[in-house]
Design a protein around this ligand. Sequence first.
Ligand code: OOG
Ligand code: MG
Length: 266
Amino acid sequence: MKNLSVDQIESFAHTLHQARKNKQEIEPFSKIHGEYSLVDSYKVQTRGIDLRKADGEKIIGYKMGLTSKAKMDQMGLHTPIFGVLTEPMQVENKKTFSLKGHLHPKTEPEIYFITNRELSGSLNVEEVPLVCDRIGVALEILDSRYQGFKYFSLPDVIADNASSSHFVLGDSVPSSTVLDWSALKIELLADGKVQETATGGAILGNPLKSLCELVSLLGAEGRSLPQGSIVLAGAATTAIALSTGQKAEAKLESVGSVSFTVVDSL
Ligand code: OOG
Ligand code: MG
């Protein structure tokens, strides 16, 4: 494995940025240049986020990915990763989502946190309810910039902001109202029919651990998690493809639901 040069980091970030804006698929970098390190892949991701900030996008949170066995097996990758959420990525609950110009969008059920203080260093699972006022149910919409959403290597996915596209935040409860987040059933539905089911524990054994993992991954880069961040824990089930007219919904036991309806075509 080789280190990427500063010019390569810059070039990968620009290529992904243009691919996302123009909705054009690209060939995974690792297929062309060979494997590169996770450290370099996060540098590409961060540079890509800088380009989006220069376009006026504001960071409002983070997403964890590959935190459940179902997702790891679906993508053939077995290490938790993170990506960044920006303001234009948020879609309103119970509204529409247009497929226009998307490449190969999928959706998956997520648990989300909203942090009430800046977090750095290490965080224990027991501390999570104290540092998050609310925890809720969300849907993430993924859309990789790579051809066919496949031939993945971990650095490629990280560089591509962990395949993120959009997200919808749904019902939430004060974090103290649920004692065991691992036991709660989470379901992904399409047009009212259950497609995928899991419990919260599918996420790292306890979904609250995902926030601890994010704080630790950011810490490894000398970064902290700002107060008021939205954090997606990573899907507990596999993702399903979106199609026109479909109503996608996620339900989290004791918490509530979140949904959107797909309009237009690819
Ligand atoms: C990578 C992103 C994974 C999750 O919730 O596990 C993710 C992918 O599936 O392409 O968002
Ligand atoms: Mg996800």
